[in-house]
Each structure stands twice: as C-alpha cells, then as structure tokens.
Design a protein around this ligand. Structure first.
Ligand SMILES: *[C@@H]1O[C@H](CO)[C@@H](O)[C@H](O)[C@H]1NC(C)=O
Ligand SMILES: *[C@@H]1O[C@H](CO)[C@@H](O)[C@H](O)[C@H]1NC(C)=O
Length: 135
C-alpha cells in the first residue's frame, strides 16, 4: 500500500505518557493511508483533532469531542473519507484512515489531543505525498 514510510518518535515526556510522532508517507491516488497518532494509554479523551494547516480553514480533517465524531466540523474535502482505525481508541491509538487519497491531499497533517482541564498537546505531525506511480 505504501511506497515507503519513515517513522520517527520523539519523546517529549516518558513515552508511556506522550510522544510526538513525526512521519513521512508516500502514497498513490486511490490508496487508503493510515495517519499514525499515539496518545496516552489511559485517561478520558475529551478532544481529538486532526487538521491540515495548509487548508487555511477553520475546518478539521477529523474532529472528536466527548465521545462523538463531528462531521459538520470536517472540511468538505474530508467528509466521509476519514475514520478511526480503532473506534474504541484502545491503548491510545488515535490513528485515522484517510481513504481514497488524491494528489490534492498531499501536505502536512497534525493531531492534537486534550483531556479534561489540559491544554492541547501536539502528538503527531505527518507529511503525506501523493503521486502517480512512475512520476
Ligand atoms: C475515489 O476518488 C475518485 C475521485 O477522486 C472517485 O472517482 C472514485 O469513485 C473514488 N473511489 C472510491 C472507492 O470511493
Ligand atoms: C510539522 O512539521 C512540518 C515539517 O517539519 C513543520 O513545517 C510544521 O511547522 C510542523 N507543524 C507543527 C504544528 O509543529
């Protein structure tokens, strides 16, 4: 599914607590791509947001708050194309699957999480490059 992937985990605090995942992904149009994001293994997840800063939009790639996924806060480009890899988000698995990518999906994706009373933490910063094979 992927031509190559390069993963780098940078620990901000002991890794069991929180890490920043930084990754470069290459894909072809039509692929389904996993955007990795690992949060704390325990505790209540109040807020999870994936965004794509280069959209220059208030809208999100994926927005989860208080046990609900809010499609209305999603950018139209991403509605119906993004789902949690593990809907239970067990063990802090906040990865999402971005389905049927196009060349326009190329760019940087960032994942933030927050739990009760805490500020948002950046936990993933992923660069996706979608290219036709052979080019
Ligand atoms: C994938 O996206 C293309 C347009 O970008 C569309 O034509 C095609 O039907 C989509 N495939 C699926 C399985 O959704
Ligand atoms: C994510 O990584 C890219 C490329 O390294 C960088 O330009 C960008 O500022 C980072 N974004 C955040 C929110 O840290």
């Amino acid at each position: 599914m992927f031509d190559s992937r390069k993963i780098l985990f940078v620990c901000l605090l002991p890794c069991s607590v929180i890490c920043l995942t930084s990754e470069e992904i290459r894909a072809k149009p039509g692929d389904n791509v996993i955007l990795q994001c690992r949060g704390p293994r325990e505790g209540v997840i109040e807020l999870l947001e994936w965004s794509k800063p280069d959209l220059k939009s208030e809208d999100y790639v994926f927005y989860f708050r208080d046990e609900n996924v809010y499609e209305r806060y999603q950018h139209p480009l991403f509605r119906g194309r993004v789902e949690l890899r593990d809907p239970q988000m067990k063990e802090g698995d906040f990865a999402v699957i971005l389905k049927n990518v196009t060349i326009k999906d190329s760019g940087t994706y960032v994942c933030y999480y927050g739990n009760a009373g805490s500020r948002l933490h950046l936990i993933s910063n992923i660069t996706l490059t979608v290219r036709d094979s052979g080019s």
